[in-house]
Design a protein around this ligand. Structure first.
Ligand SMILES: [Zn+2]
Length: 431
């Protein structure tokens, strides 16, 4: 007699680190892999060119996942005779979830939500965002299928459903996986204090009672932080936008500049739509909005920068006008800070350098202070804190909880069933 196949979940990477989760769900001859990022370890000092497959594996920056990577990269053939149905999925554009997507074998379909599918090639157009694909020119991004949200995708015996979620990467989604006998949920990066907590609650309702919940736990990674410490500043994205608007209203005659993080496109769009001043972006950022969303915004070039063809010339604002302005513009400063006006205000909203953990941060802040420019950091986290994580787990009521993407997986608990703390390479058979 033949045994009935069982659902297995294999945890390849990104478990006790913040980022880089790589997990496979398999059933009989079908399997899916999610996500395809690289663990962020700036202390290794590796450039994109240094990051060969061997280096990535050796430093555990990606998982040693069989039967998904391009054989031109690994030197190992994929066992297509056994794995008749394969697919991969990426939850959002952040590099710790997407950077290795070009390593996926070309014949395996890669699904993401529609916004992520448009953003990734736009972010990688200069070839400095993603790892390169084998035998392809710089700037190449392998095909990505923009999945219809909330609609089933068939991968042999496995059905995927990509659902809207909320994170500080625009277009972030979560994944619900149905095998013939089990349901597994992958939260991706998630929070309840963003622009769309309602989407997260709908995701929770859809995945309620799942057999396994794979949840991120960035928010419990630093238990030594005192209670409330992470709550300084805006409590949610809406409050953050309101504070940015308020700074403009309170300072009718003062130069005001800002910067945000590249992939937090939604924050940028809100700032553009709500600001009383005219928002002007650096040309590169304007190009991203144009390429990914076909949105036209006012922009400027720093001296000596090459013109970007797809930006409309009538939307260009001259750099000298920005430098001289004290009331009309709210503009993105990305360098050349020496030229900013003394007495001005600069708002640093999760832009790079990100924070104290980066050695570049302190000197960056002090540079503004030395020039007599007020430096204001307005942050809002992309991740659920400990309290929100509890609420999310309670929404899903999982039979098994598998915390990943955190320095302290043991701090996430499951009042509704079991909890497992997966090790690298560990396989769980759900029966
Ligand atoms: Zn993320």
């Amino acid at each position: 007699m033949t045994l009935k196949p069982k659902t297995t979940v294999t945890f390849y990477n990104g478990l006790t680190t913040i980022g880089g989760p790589m997990i496979e769900v398999a059933y009989d001859k079908s399997h899916v892999l999610f996500d395809l990022g690289e663990v962020y370890r700036p202390e290794l000092g590796l450039s994109l060119e240094d990051e060969t497959y061997e280096v990535l594996i050796k430093n555990q920056l990606i998982g040693d996942v069989p039967n998904f990577y391009d054989s031109k990269v690994t030197g190992k053939e994929i066992d297509h005779e056994h794995w008749q149905h394969s697919a991969a999925y990426i939850s959002h554009v952040h590099l710790d979830h997407s950077k290795a997507l070009n390593l996926l074998s070309p014949e395996i379909p890669l699904y993401t939500g529609p916004i992520t599918a448009h953003l990734l090639p736009a972010l990688n157009r200069d070839g400095d965002f993603l790892l390169p694909a084998a035998d392809k020119p710089k700037g190449y991004t392998r095909p990505i299928i923009a999945a219809k949200l909330n609609e089933p995708i068939q991968v042999g015996d496995i059905t995927l459903e990509i659902v809207p979620s909320d994170h500080d990467a625009y277009g972030a989604t979560g994944l619900i996986i149905h095998t013939p006998d089990k349901t597994i949920v992958h939260t991706g990066d998630i929070r309840l204090h963003g622009y769309h907590p309602d989407w997260v609650r709908e995701f929770m309702a859809k995945g309620k009672g799942c057999d396994m919940l794979i949840i991120e736990g960035t928010g419990v990674s630093f238990p030594e932080q005192k209670d409330g410490e992470e709550f300084q500043g805006p409590k949610n994205e809406n409050e953050l936008t309101e504070q940015i608007i308020q700074y403009q209203k309170d300072n009718p005659q003062r130069q005001i500049t800002f910067n945000t993080y590249l992939t937090n496109v939604e924050r940028m769009l809100r700032i553009i739509s709500d600001s009383p001043r005219k928002v002007v972006l650096h040309a590169k950022r304007a190009q991203l909005l144009k390429g990914a969303l076909d949105q036209d915004v006012a922009y400027y070039y720093l001296p000596g920068e090459t013109k970007i063809d797809d930006l409309k010339s009538e939307l260009e604002v001259s750099y000298s006008d920005l430098l001289a302005d004290d009331h009309q513009f709210f503009w993105q400063a990305v360098g050349d800070y020496d030229k900013l006006q003394e007495g001005g205000l600069y708002i640093h909203s999760n832009a790079q350098p990100l924070g104290d953990f980066d050695p570049a941060y302190r000197p960056f802040v002090e540079g503004f202070e030395k020039r007599g420019i007020e430096f204001v950091a307005l942050r809002c986290s992309g991740h659920a804190d400990a309290k929100e994580l509890k609420e999310i787990i309670a929404g899903f009521e999982p039979k098994i909880l598998a915390p990943v993407h955190t320095l302290h997986p043991e701090l996430e608990e499951n009042p509704f069933g079991k909890r497992v703390l997966p090790k690298r390479g560990e396989v769980f058979t759900l029966s």
